[in-house]
Design a protein around this ligand. Structure first.
Ligand SMILES: [Zn+2]
Ligand SMILES: [Zn+2]
Length: 103
């Protein structure tokens, strides 16, 4: 398995905020403000093999033992679901509050 960890600056395609590189110098693949992501990976995080490139909506949170909280993203076009690690500067609590409201 081959993948490249990237830490790059990008503009969010959903809320249009300028996203800075990850504060812990880890891979950033979603917007810390709205938590939306983009469908770039096909089989593994950071393989960048997907040709879909649609918006991925944060739909759920998941807690893995010995790991961190994960955000579950679902692609709005093809329905693919990918789990992503929460970054330390994500507006994670806001997202949890929104989830609670929608229940
Ligand atoms: Zn955003
Ligand atoms: Zn997709």
């Amino acid at each position: 398995m081959w993948f490249i960890m990237r830490n790059e600056q990008f503009k969010c395609i959903f809320c249009h905020s300028q996203v800075l590189p990850h504060p812990d110098w880890s891979a950033r693949n979603h917007c810390p403000k709205c938590l939306y992501s983009k469908h770039l990976d096909k089989n593994f995080p950071w393989d960048r093999l997907s040709t879909c490139e649609s918006l991925m909506k944060p739909v759920w949170i998941d807690y893995k033992k010995n790991k961190d909280y994960m955000i579950k993203h679902r692609c709005l076009k093809c329905g693919k679901e990918i789990l992503n690690k929460v970054a330390s500067d994500d507006d994670f609590l806001d997202f949890v509050k929104k989830l609670n409201k929608s229940l």
